[in-house]
Design a protein around this ligand. Structure first.
Ligand SMILES: *[C@@H]1O[C@H](CO)[C@@H](O)[C@H](O)[C@H]1NC(C)=O
Ligand SMILES: *[C@@H]1O[C@H](CO)[C@@H](O)[C@H](O)[C@H]1NC(C)=O
Length: 334
């Protein structure tokens, strides 16, 4: 065998040897209890500290705990950021706006009357009470403050999808609420809304026969729907809700005007200013636009970003100014 051929042969043997040896040695991880902290596989597996100073085996941290970079379960001591509060506010607002929308559509009235107003205020009362009760029930109990884990990335919402499979063997189950308590809080809030509604509304529906009942049925459909949407898309909504608020409120603002039979500029303005219901709907949309702008900017530059809020009437003004150009009857005028 020539010397060069022999060297090549040796190199190949070494490569083959190492390619088996390296993975075999580096992929065996310590998963059981240890005396000194050893990292666990996966983003969300951690070890708990025993009272005798050793660490438990790798697994899900208990509720209210989260792993740090070296896989120790650490108690969450953060409080929600401004953006987290805006997110929670958005989830409450969603319930509230849907209540008002269904009370308004099932009442089949084009203007406010006493019966419908009673229902609107009842919905407002239920949502606010449910929100306050939810805050009181989350850690620390009995206080409006919230103790939370800081949300760091999208996968924090979907720990179920990040169970590691160390040593290509059994899956290690480390599913936990890494965004504690933002995820469970919303479910508690929706459940409380439904309970409060079922307690309060029958009293009112007593003297408001038909509409009262229809809006309760609508709510019994949309709350479970909201809960499912939150369970599946919670993380995506957390990161995109400012844009969802703006887009939906602009669309609904246009839909509100588009339902008017007369699309002339004069009628749109006069009907908006003279009818209390229209004034409330338009102002409500402006508040939603403002909420979206605050959530996008987080008011990091207070002066400039508050000035942006002056833009909220724009979509309504734009619709009124351009409605006559988009009238389908005018498309084939000549
Ligand atoms: C510490 O306590 C745990 C359970 O309480 C036990 O499994 C472990 O063996 C103990 N470690 C030492 C070093 O005694
Ligand atoms: C994680 O927490 C443990 C226990 O408190 C600590 O010893 C370790 O240094 C922490 N690791 C990091 C990266 O902060």
């Amino acid at each position: 065998m020539p010397v060069a051929g022999y060297k090549l042969h040796l190199i190949f043997r070494l490569i083959i040897l190492y390619s088996f040896a390296i993975p075999a040695s580096s992929y065996v991880m310590e998963l059981g209890p240890v005396n000194k902290l050893v990292r666990c596989p996966g983003l969300y597996c951690g070890r708990e500290l025993f009272s005798n100073g050793s660490w438990s085996n790798c697994g899900a941290c208990p509720r209210g705990y989260r792993t740090n970079a070296s896989s120790a379960c650490i108690k969450c001591n953060d409080s929600p950021k401004f953006y987290d509060w805006l997110y929670l506010g958005f989830m409450a607002l969603l319930a509230f706006v849907l209540h008002w929308f269904f009370i308004d559509t099932t009442s089949k009235r084009r203007s406010f009357c006493k019966e419908v107003l009673v229902l609107h205020f009842s919905a407002l009362f239920e949502v606010i009470t449910a929100a306050v009760l939810t805050l009181l029930m989350t850690d620390p109990m009995g206080s409006l403050a919230v103790q939370s884990c800081q949300t760091e990335k999208l996968s924090d919402w979907y720990t179920l999808l990040h169970n590691p499979k160390p040593n290509y063997d059994k899956t290690l189950h480390c599913t936990q609420e890494a965004v504690y308590p933002l995820y469970t809080m919303v479910f508690i809030f929706y459940a409380l809304c439904v309970v409060l509604m079922l307690v309060v509304r029958p009293w009112l529906a007593h003297f408001l026969p038909k509409h009262g009942r229809m809006s309760i049925y609508a709510a019994l459909y949309f709350f479970p729907t909201l809960a499912v949407i939150h369970a599946v898309f919670g993380g995506l909504i957390y990161y995109s809700f400012p844009y969802i608020v703006i887009i939906l409120s602009v669309i609904s603002n246009a839909a509100h005007f588009a339902y008017k039979l007369d699309q002339s500029m004069r009628f749109l303005i006069v009907s908006t200013v003279t009818d209390i219901r229209n004034v409330v709907i338009i102002l409500g949309h402006w508040l939603l636009h403002a909420y979206g702008i605050i959530a996008i900017t987080e008011l990091k530059d207070p002066v400039f970003h508050s000035a942006l809020i002056a833009l909220v009437p724009l979509p309504a003004v734009f619709y009124i100014l351009t409605a006559r150009f988009t009238d389908p009857n005018k498309l084939h005028a000549d």
